[in-house]
Design a protein around this ligand. Structure first.
Ligand SMILES: [Fe+2]
Ligand SMILES: [Fe+2]
Length: 237
């Protein structure tokens, strides 16, 4: 319950129990996905935010009726939600953003050398994400699905002798790497503040990158803080 949060509550647990808190964490630049196990106080300190003020703001919030409680929903539904909302979104966004950064570097790269650095980081991130989604879709998610629905005739947790634990650990390391790339991109773009005279494509690029950042944060949060702990609980870990 929101009223039971304290400065010592892990920020990822707050994001699970009170989804509207994600808006506050995004606004203040507090890491609730990769760094979800850190306490509210630690996360606030890292983002230079006032932890007591955050706690007061959260106390006035309520879970909306539309917010699905993913900590309780059947795991196959959670998997379907991650796939249809976040994986689909990412697959559509990446090629469009890549096309935009290419154009923006061509048009403005000379005056803004940071754009070329952004293009390089985006290239690495997008390639990693592409492989990452494939690994989840082809290896990890089917294993989790088979574990959650043992009688449903799934493929069974084959393909990896250790079960989902090994792939989950690898995915978490890749989430950290994506989180670091997003932070670097935010820093290079000075918080996605547009320079004077930015063309429409420049504007669309910065808006699109902020959307991607927010979506990836929520996506990683659902996997690191909900899906993986629930899978570990199923495995008795
Ligand atoms: Fe994913
Ligand atoms: Fe992932």
């Amino acid at each position: 319950m929101p009223t039971s949060f304290t400065l010592a509550t892990p920020i990822g647990d707050i994001a699970v129990a009170l989804p509207p808190s994600i808006g506050v964490f995004e606004r203040l630049g507090m890491d609730y996905c990769c760094g979800g196990s850190r306490t509210l106080a630690e996360s606030a300190k890292a983002a230079d935010a006032d932890a007591e003020a955050v706690l007061a703001e959260l106390a006035g919030m309520q879970r909306s009726e539309d917010d699905r409680d993913w900590s309780e929903a059947p795991i196959p539904e959670l998997l379907d939600h991650i796939l249809s909302s976040h994986h689909e979104y990412t697959k559509q966004a990446l090629p469009a953003l890549w096309e935009m950064i290419r154009k923006v570097v061509n048009a403005h790269g000379e005056r803004h050398p940071e754009l070329e650095q952004m293009r390089r980081i985006m290239g690495g991130l997008f390639q990693e994400l592409d492989m990452h989604l494939q690994k989840e879709e082809q290896i990890l998610f089917p294993m989790i699905r088979a574990l959650a629905e043992p009688g449903a005739g799934g493929a069974g947790p084959g393909g990896c002798p250790s079960g989902p634990e090994g792939p989950m650990t690898v995915m978490e390391a890749e989430h950290d790497s994506a989180g670091a790339a997003l932070r670097e991109l935010r820093s290079l773009s000075a918080g996605y503040v547009l320079p004077e005279g930015a063309c429409t494509t420049y504007q669309a690029l910065f808006a699109g990158m902020q959307d991607l950042e927010k979506d990836l944060h929520t996506h990683i949060h659902l996997e690191n803080n909900v899906l993986h702990p629930r899978t570990r609980a199923l495995m008795g870990l």
